[in-house]
Write a protein that binds this ligand. Sequence first.
Ligand SMILES: C[S@@+](CC[C@H](N)C(=O)[O-])C[C@H]1O[C@@H](n2cnc3c(N)ncnc32)[C@H](O)[C@@H]1O
Length: 555
Amino acid sequence: MARHPKAASGPADRPNRSAPSGSADMPRHPKAPSGPADRPNRSAPSASSGPADVAGPQPRRTRSGRAGGSGAAPFRADPARRAAYDVLRAVADRDSFANLLLPAMLAERGLTGRDAAFATELTYGTLRGRGTYDAILAACSDRDQLDPPVLDVLRLGAHQLLATRVGHHAAVATSVDLVKDVCGPRPSGFVNAVLRRVATRDLEAWMAIVAPDRAQDPSGYLAVRHSHPRWIVDAFRDALGDAADAELEDALAAGNVRPDVVLAVTPGPSGLPEPAQAAGRTQWSPYGLRLTGGDPAPLVATGQAAVQDEASQLAALALTRVEPSDAASQDRLWLDLCAGPGGKARLLAGLAAARGARLVASDLRPHRARKVLRALRRARPGRASDGPGRGSDGPGRGSDGPSRGSDSPGRASDNAVVVADGLRVPWPPGTFDRVLADVPCSGLGSLRRRPEARWRKTPEGVRNLAGLQRGLLNAALDSVRPGGVVAYVTCSPHVAETREVVTDVADRRGDVTILDAPAVLAEVPGLRSPEPRFAQFWPHRHGTDAIFLALLRRE
Ligand SMILES: C[S@@+](CC[C@H](N)C(=O)[O-])C[C@H]1O[C@@H](n2cnc3c(N)ncnc32)[C@H](O)[C@@H]1O
């Protein structure tokens, strides 16, 4: 049994582990007809950005639908709601990632068009709004413990009632159908009663009842209002510093808005390709395209572009803008110390090639290194295909996989991909002219992309990464030659994995100058973090992930 919703909104205590499952265990469902909403748009704002413009299928009038061949159990719920429910369960039970599982499930079940859009809105909206909905459901239920499947049905119902245009009757009736499908008839009366109570108020009215008093408990209020764990509210406040009073609420709200798809084109002589779909240039990155609709897959398949947030592009670009202090002597060999899956490596490889330099892209995990290899090959098919290899004759000599890290990266004939532990690097100190340390982090900067992530992360998880992050930054600084430049990057604004790591490592070493990173990206406003030499992107300021960047020169 799950805890009562009141207690169910804290972070999960499991680490991110499993990759999303394939389709083998996905139940199949017949397609249900979708219909218009039975109610016009209501004024209730969502936990994120207003009522989602989706109506969803109506409750079924007949109960004769069957799930497949003879003998299969009858399904009352429509396939879009059932798909959303199945993703929620997989997220809870198998640590699945919704953004990876849902598209596979939609394809598996043949859900397209409005059904697919509705299933997507339900899944992401419910996962994001969980903290808010659990507080409201707790006020509408007298039970301390709920079966997790029942709780997920209630969360889906609450989302429809409070943040979409689905009519009250449809939201309640389809939730009752769903719970009968997945749990049997027993909890159906309870689900009906709780959701009818939820439907008596809109979201604003519920906030006035269930959110803590803002003056007395600002973090508690914001946690419920914007559906974030309290510790993340506090972490964002710390990261914003003096700007928190004015911006914390916007920063949290931005985590509930689905971002546009942003692409990075491959740097090269041909420049930006003309986008075929609704797309525009990104504001600051010269390599960025922002898609407001359409499918990025065709452009990605050509190798001309890859999906990459604009701030990630700019962080990689920043590393290439700082001149090594004796640039006349050399700027030939660059390192990406934690390269998988290869987003920044792809960009850096293109920029390095334009200057006659080469990139060594390294990662601890072979499967991540293989992704880097594929990314580099797709981007530069002519040159990367004869690049890295497995075996003893050095990176750049083989053809079917990344090299093990016992070889000298300097022997690569072109860019190379290496499998190596960044804490025990196989190359001599001072080998590289520029090094990117895009270290493993909590990922608190990309919550808008991973709707379930905020409930899985923990303060302990952040603390546990601190030693690795310091070790990798030290390794990056050891790997760069005197005068060379290191970029330390995280997809998190948390001070324990950003400012504290960099200042701590720099203070202990004494051979490092922290450079003015915002000045290197001077075209981007609002980048200065409370420690002004560091750059901090924010979704609410820049429309990007909350990427942190520090630039350091080895003396
Ligand atoms: C934030 S991701 C890097 C993202 C990448 N730079 C990109 O833009 O696509 C961090 C990477 O560090 C790798 N990693 C973790 N521990 C490592 C270690 N000890 N040495 C090297 N790489 C490590 C992970 O496998 C992961 O691929």
